[in-house]
Design a protein around this ligand. Structure first.
Ligand SMILES: C=C(O[C@H]1C=CC=C(C(=O)O)[C@@H]1O)C(=O)O
Length: 431
């Protein structure tokens, strides 16, 4: 893509009074959303969209984004994460995917972050408003779009049946035993169909309300609520939340406390977690050029237990400082795929995922998030969601880490609660 083919953009962010429920401003058919605990950003319309493919898809996106920024003018009177010029994005899990990775810039962004509400209006200067100053008019909120038809479907098992999943896990275990790799994540698929004109915001709202501690994302038809922060850059601060190791929540208080203890004490889950945290730290260290030891990476010495409505996870948070000259997309590229969704060693496990899974993961387990002209960005691992196509087809995936000692039946069962967020978000509203 040559720079002359890229739009010259202007973004103007101004404060507004609290707009309430942000989702009311999102596009019913194709919402662009990033929400946590009710706060975040919602984009409307599409001013520009870039598609990327193959091994260099994240690097190419970074180059195009830099080129757009080089000719953009940003007036940001609010200066909080998500204000100014922002793009939403979603990248495929595999370089070989037949699906597109995208970056898209909306026509407006309405947001609430750090207690400040704002509206960003975006313009293409060379076609829409000329190159003169953006006229100063009072802030007018975008229209609230009333709720449309429900988005309802039952998800049915796909190509990776229980039998096929067992074969894949057993094959993975024998290759682990032979020393080919030490961890691999095997997933399965489920499918459904909503009415093409269904309002996708119902799915997003259910996820955001039921899983407020996760990051609810919607980009280009990819919708979910992920508990796993691949990387967040705010100013020069870098954080990530690595998850691996799972048990379903218990049905009552005693069972739930027992499940939590069992996960904390499980040697298999701790090993699985260690692979994921080691892979994340190693990827970040490769970028880290700091000489100052105080700016280096730290991770919690012991994983903590993260309780979500559906599962317990072993979780670790990583903190550090953005290496000089790096951008959030460099970090996304370095980290993806962590061993929480790929395997260890990454290079050995990735082709085997392709071999053992009978489908294209599309953007499941890939990076999804946003980035801004100021250098901030938040990118989750796209889990606990689905691809919702324009014709209403719904494709959901959930997987789990296989290490020595994993049992195929347990691994299959573990994917059940991982599908729960999206399964329940696709139920009729009265339920
Ligand atoms: C691959 C998934 O979860 C990952 C994240 C957390 C825990 C995981 C596990 O315990 O296997 C997985 O690594 C998924 O939800 O599809």
């Amino acid at each position: 893509m040559s720079d002359s083919a890229l739009p010259r953009l202007r973004a103007r962010t101004r404060p507004i009074s609290d707009p309430g429920d942000l989702l009311r401003f999102a596009e019913p058919q194709d919402p662009a959303v990033w929400l946590r605990r009710g706060d975040g950003i919602v984009g409307g319309g599409c001013l520009w969209r870039g598609e990327f493919q193959g091994e260099s898809r994240i690097r190419d996106a970074r180059e195009v984004w830099d080129a757009i920024l080089a000719q953009a003018r940003v007036e940001d009177a609010v200066r909080v994460p998500g204000s100014g010029l922002v793009a939403f994005g979603a990248f495929t899990f595999a370089a070989s995917s037949g699906y597109a990775s995208v970056l898209q810039i909306p026509q407006f962004i309405i947001g609430r972050m750090d207690g400040k509400s704002f509206l960003t209006e975006l313009f293409v200067t060379d076609s829409t408003v000329g190159s003169g100053p953006v006229p100063t008019v009072p802030v007018r909120l975008p229209l609230i779009i009333p709720d449309g038809p429900e988005a309802v479907t039952d998800l049915e098992p796909g190509e990776m049946t229980q039998e096929r999943h067992r074969e894949a896990v057993e094959c993975a275990l024998s290759r682990i035993e032979q020393g080919e790799f030490t961890k691999i994540v095997i997933s399965r698929d489920q499918h459904g169909k909503i009415e093409p004109d269904a309002d996708r915001r119902h799915i997003v709202r259910r996820l955001a309300n039921t899983y407020p501690e996760t990051w609810t994302y919607a980009v280009d038809g990819l919708i979910g609520a992920s508990p796993e922060m691949l990387v967040r850059v705010l100013g020069r601060s870098v954080t990530a939340r690595v998850l691996a190791g799972t048990l379903p929540r218990g049905a009552n208080e005693a069972d739930d406390a027992a499940a939590k203890r069992a996960l904390a004490d499980s040697a298999k889950n701790r090993v699985e977690h260690k692979f994921a945290i080691d892979s994340a730290i190693e990827s970040l260290r490769r970028l880290d050029t700091h000489d100052d030891p105080d700016t280096g990476l730290t991770a919690s010495p012991e994983p903590f237990l993260l309780g979500l409505p559906n599962v317990w996870h072993l979780a670790s948070d990583i903190r550090g400082t953005l290496p000089q000259g790096s951008s959030v997309l460099d970090l996304v590229e370095a980290l993806h795929p962590t061993a929480a969704v790929g395997g260890t060693p990454r290079k050995k496990a990735m082709p085997v995922i392709d071999e053992l899974e009978p489908f294209d993961r599309r953007r499941y387990a890939g990076p999804a998030g946003w980035l801004s002209a100021s250098g901030d960005g938040e990118w989750v691992v796209a889990l606990r969601g689905a691809e919702v196509d324009a014709d209403g087809s719904v494709t959901a995936f959930a997987g789990g880490g296989i290490v020595a000692g994993s049992e195929a039946a347990d691994e299959f069962a573990e994917t059940g609660p991982k599908f729960r967020p999206i399964t329940e978000a696709l139920k009729p509203l009265a339920e």
